[in-house]
Write a protein that binds this ligand. Structure first.
Ligand code: NAP
Length: 287
């Protein structure tokens, strides 16, 4: 499908799935806006996309999703280079980080993976047009834990880095459900994606013991490890496929709609509650 004349904004575009999605969408003719926190990596990715796709239209914007101030500045810069956004791919993420906090005092995984994207999406709403798709990268890892809406920042419980990743990835699905509920009337649809298990830099915080521990919790056996090219297929499909026209609020994997996400991750009432919690936590940045 030609993406000529369309604009796609991709967070975490300097590595793994985001970088490969940028290449694929540029190859389809889209103007891609790369958003990530490392300026040198952004310049390198921009050169790489241009080398892979001669004539590619590529812009780049620095954003640290672990800082709402940075998100606000970046949203204004994105709006300047992309007055109309056809695809927003909320792809950046961190996994199994030790207990820590973002610049605004949110737990690192919840703050980076969900709240940073919640604020960015809210700030970019004026740039959305009829037909815009928002693609949130979630994970089968959402099964590692539900989000505690009364304690999303782990202030009143002992921290568990696996459960915290599960909570953040659950939030990514609930965010897509709530976005779709709120925006479908304007022809704007949202999706959550599990890309598969993909060989990227995501596992940088994992020790060998962590691999054993998480395999036990997920009760997973002999899962096929995909290349970034293979892994990016579902999020690119979510961004462009006519198969999804008129549909949204869905959990996708293997370039197909999946109906087996955990019920706590797709409950529309909980999606609204998370929206209210997120709006209140991000109020200073998005109002
Ligand atoms: N790989 C898998 O098997 C897998 C499975 C399920 C879901 N996912 C999801 O897929 C998404 C992409 O992951 P990946 O596998 O491609 O990982 P990756 O190779 O580690 O890429 C993650 C990207 O996010 C960026 N990022 C991290 N923290 C950021 C921040 N505070 N502000 C801005 N950008 C930030 C990284 O930038 P830096 O390099 O500068 O840190 C990098 O560009 C994630 O949301 C992940 O949860 C991946």
């Amino acid at each position: 499908m030609s993406m000529s004349g369309k604009t796609c904004v991709i967070t975490g575009a300097t590595s793994g799935l985001g970088k490969e999605s940028a290449r694929a969408l540029a190859a389809g003719g889209a103007h891609v806006v790369l958003a990530a926190r490392n300026a040198d990596a952004l310049a390198g990715t921009r050169d790489w996309v241009r080398a892979e796709v001669p004539g590619a239209q590529v812009s780049s914007v620095v954003v640290d999703l672990a800082s709402l101030g940075s998100v606000r500045t970046a949203a204004a810069q994105i709006a300047a280079v992309a007055p109309a956004i056809d695809v927003l791919m909320n792809n950046a993420g961190v996994m199994f980080t030790p207990f820590g906090h973002t610049r605004d005092g949110f737990e690192t995984q919840f703050g980076t993976n969900h709240l940073g994207h919640f604020a960015l999406t809210a700030l970019l709403q004026p740039q959305f047009v009829e037909g815009t798709r928002i693609v949130n990268l979630s994970s089968e890892g959402h099964r590692l834990g539900d989000i505690d809406l009364d304690d999303p920042n782990w202030q009143h419980r002992g921290y568990d880095k696996f459960a915290a990743y599960g909570a953040a990835k659950t939030a990514n699905i609930l965010h897509a459900v709530a976005l779709d509920q709120r925006l479908r009337g304007r022809g704007i649809r949202a999706y959550a994606v599990h890309p598969g298990m993909v060989a990227t830099n995501l596992a940088r915080h994992m020790s060998r013991e962590d691999v054993v521990a998480v395999s036990g919790r997920a009760r997973s056996h002999a899962i096929e490890v995909l290349t970034p090219e293979q892994g990016a297929a579902t999020q690119v499909w979510a961004a462009v496929s006519p198969d999804l026209a008129g549909r949204g609020g869905l959990y996708l994997a293997d370039c197909a709609v999946r109906s087996d996400a955990e019920p706590y991750a797709t409950d529309p009432v909980r999606a609204e509650k998370l929206w209210e919690v997120s709006e209140s936590l991000c109020a200073a940045a998005i109002s």
